[in-house]
Design a protein around this ligand. Structure first.
Ligand code: SF4
Length: 328
């Protein structure tokens, strides 16, 4: 089986943008690939945080992933800091990565421009990301469009290391290829291009039906629909129509098209239909999350087993790397 690696920040409970944009895809991919899914807590300590909060967010993320259908029997789910080889390989990669490559990264330039004091970790973040992927010799990485540049750096790192330490024509590290996630970016409820917890425009994956409705009801729609009798255009309604396309069956999406353009449905009617489809998909996830929260030992056991499986692979890679570099 080809191998994939994907990581997610321990931001606590997932929101539906994370779920649709990444995790739902992971659940499908675990059937087709040897999959390594990692809660990347080392990446999360670059910004400000409190230790207790990080611990809680890491556990909540693992709970959300398991509840969403990530199955430890089909993949390797683990927390990054439980596998110390990630930072060991990142250091090695730091020694073969030109500074200019890192300074050119768009994400670094954007974040650094907003900070008074820029930490070295922010610059070296993509090197750790390369180590995350290459430690498992993953040849494929499911990514959103905005992460493709980071993956390019992982390919440069693999190429540089192979050129120096692998015999010509027999590269050790694969150059990982992106696999673009099928769901495009989920628009925030306020119409902002991105659904993001920091923008406060999300619906949490584990929110109740009532909580979802409280957020969905005021969500922005096609501005030309001032009254129920105004004809609308679903393409001008990326929030609600986008969620219909993600949660509702094709027949309902077709109905939305007709009833919006013909002004047969008001936006509240349309959102109520959406709510039912969202709730049908998310209720089993919510129920499973409640069960896991009531039995935290199940989450611990899954993460312990995942770290052990990941470490076995990581240690084999590091043996090869050190041998070839004269470190063993
Ligand atoms: Fe959006 Fe539905 Fe209203 Fe059309 S009817 S503008 S798709 S909420």
């Amino acid at each position: 089986m080809p191998r994939i690696f994907s990581g997610i920040q321990p931001s606590g409970e997932l929101h539906i943008g994370n779920y649709l944009g990444a995790v739902k895809n992971w659940v499908a991919l675990q059937e087709q690939y040897e999959s390594f899914y990692c809660v990347v807590d080392y990446h999360a300590i670059i910004g400000s945080y409190t230790p207790d909060d990080l611990r809680r967010r890491t556990r909540d993320m693992a709970t959300s992933l398991l509840a969403s259908g990530i199955d430890p029997a089909k993949c390797t789910l683990f927390v990054q800091s439980r596998v110390p080889e990630h930072t060991e390989l990142a250091w090695i990669f730091n020694t073969i990565t030109p500074l200019g490559e890192l300074e050119r990264q768009v994400a670094f330039k954007e974040k650094a421009s907003r900070q008074e004091q820029v930490m070295a970790g922010l610059l070296n973040y993509p090197v750790l990301q390369a180590a995350d992927i290459l430690l498992y010799l993953a040849d494929t990485v499911p990514v959103g469009e905005d992460q493709v540049q980071h993956l390019e750096l992982s390919r440069v790192v693999a190429r540089n290391w192979n050129a120096r330490f692998a015999p010509e024509g027999a590269p050790y590290f694969p150059e990982p290829q992106p696999k673009l996630t099928p769901t495009r970016r989920i628009v925030g409820l306020d119409g902002n291009a991105k659904m993001s917890k920091s923008l406060g425009n999300t619906i949490g994956l584990l929110e109740s039906k009532d909580e979802m409705w409280a957020k969905l009801r005021p969500a922005v729609t096609d501005p030309s629909r001032m009254r129920k009798t105004d004809a609308g255009n679903p393409e001008q309604c990326p929030v609600v129509f986008g969620l219909h396309k993600a949660f509702s069956p094709a027949s309902t999406v077709a109905e939305v098209e007709v009833n919006c353009r013909g002004a047969q449905w008001g936006c509240v009617d349309c959102k109520k239909v959406l709510l039912e489809h969202m709730d049908a998909e998310l209720t089993p996830i919510r129920t499973r999350a409640q069960e896991l929260t009531a039995q935290p030992s199940l989450v611990d056991a899954a993460l312990d087993a995942g770290a052990e499986k990941a470490r076995a692979v990581a240690q084999r890679t590091m043996e090869q790397v050190k041998e070839r570099m004269g470190l063993a």
